[in-house]
Design a protein. Structure first.
Length: 202
């Protein structure tokens, strides 16, 4: 049987999905990732990758979509938050990958609707992680808010290589050129959230 398209990229997304779960950078409440693999072709993690699969996915589970959210190839079901990824990847050519996650310490800031302060040198260029306006999870409005936020910061995005934002009461969204860089941003912002919280004990 022929392998599905973009098989190497599918394997790569499997590794990052597992790391995201293993490092508690996303909890069973959700999370999804996407990378542009061609013009108008976006490879995404399937729905419930955390709830049902605990980050353990097969390459064939990944869902290849286009910018209009058509399911092109993959055994998984498209995530309800695919619109966030598709809009950003369609409208911001610099961005090659996007991760939406629910990291455990960052969620405390998300619940309080507060920015995550820049605490260590690893986020020096990005600075504080700002809070987006509130919108319901998986809504069209939320996808447009995310797009507008990063699109209006395209210059900063190019200077820093990637950016992250807090979705109130929900999670984080990070964009960058590659999935490796987007993952690193989520990890660094989560680290800042942890450091900020624990620093209050000193
Ligand atoms: Zn979510």
């Amino acid at each position: 049987m022929c392998k599905m398209q973009y098989y190497a990229e599918r394997i790569k997304l499997c590794k990052f999905a597992k790391s995201l779960w293993d490092k508690r950078l996303t909890l069973a409440t959700g999370g999804n990732m996407a990378m542009r693999v061609d013009e108008n072709r976006v490879l995404t993690t399937p729905t419930r990758m955390s709830e049902d699969k605990h980050g353990i996915l097969e390459p064939e589970d990944m869902v290849l979509i286009d910018y209009e959210l058509h399911h092109i190839e993959g055994n998984g079901i498209m995530t309800r938050e695919a619109n966030i990824h598709a809009y950003i990847l369609r409208e911001i050519p610099f961005v090659g990958a996007c991760i939406h996650a629910h990291p455990q310490y960052s969620l405390i800031f998300c619940a309080a609707c507060k920015p995550i302060p820049h605490m260590t040198e690893t986020t020096k260029e990005m600075g504080d992680t700002p809070v987006l306006p509130w919108a319901e999870a998986a809504s069209e409005k939320l996808a447009l808010i995310c797009l507008d936020h990063f699109k209006s910061r395209e210059v900063l995005l190019k200077n820093t290589g990637g950016l992250c934002a807090v979705m109130p009461e929900h999670g984080l969204v990070a964009v960058s050129r590659t999935i490796e860089e987007a993952f690193s941003i989520i990890d660094r912002v989560e680290s800042d959230a942890m450091v900020s919280l624990f620093s209050k004990l000193l």
